[in-house]
Design a binder for this molecule. Structure first.
Ligand code: SF4
Ligand code: SF4
Length: 160
């Protein structure tokens, strides 16, 4: 399965250090700049998200959010209010190669880079560490497959 975003907001919650609104160009239209690459993008806040964009509040844990990121309390998810016109950098981004969810959809673990698993379930830490040592010798693809098997055998859903 190809990458899908769970809209947790984690990645965008620090993107205020990367992106900045350079210019307002009429109602809900902006020139948006990537401060690192110089990339400029004309963006527009989508009509369904305009009220949330103007009045919404973000969780205090989002220390430096992108100016277009909002938390939607109704859906309980993060929203990119310019999703349809977002910069190429954002379109190309994917935060996992292997994703592990529990039956309620909570993210238990993800493999983000080659051979690195971020585990969000403390009760699995010890078991995972012991298992990880046994698969160190495997090539990358087989390593991913072994990770998937580890979680599937414990009743989790795995997406790759
Ligand atoms: S790309 Fe990943 S980290 Fe960013 S909002 Fe989506 S699921 Fe969360
Ligand atoms: S433009 Fe959208 S996807 Fe990109 S950092 Fe901002 S909120 Fe996230």
């Amino acid at each position: 399965m190809s990458f899908f975003c769970q809209q947790c907001g984690e990645c965008c919650s620090v993107m205020g250090q990367v992106f900045s609104i350079r210019e307002e160009r009429g109602a809900f239209r902006f020139l948006f700049e990537n401060l690192y690459t110089g990339e400029e993008t004309e963006v527009e806040v989508s009509p369904p998200w305009r009220e949330l964009f103007s009045t919404g509040k973000n969780p205090s844990g989002w220390l430096n959010p992108c100016p277009f990121l909002r938390y939607d309390p109704a859906g309980g998810k993060a929203v990119c209010t310019i999703h349809a016109t977002r910069p190429a950098t954002c379109r190309d981004y994917g935060c996992w190669r292997v994703l592990v969810l529990d039956p309620s959809g909570f993210r238990v673990a993800r493999v983000m880079e080659k051979r690195y698993l971020h585990l969000a379930e403390p009760s699995l830490e010890r078991e995972w560490e012991v298992f990880r040592d046994t698969i160190d010798h495997l090539p990358d693809d087989a390593w991913d497959s072994a990770v998937a098997r580890f979680f599937r055998e414990r009743g989790y859903s795995v997406f790759r």
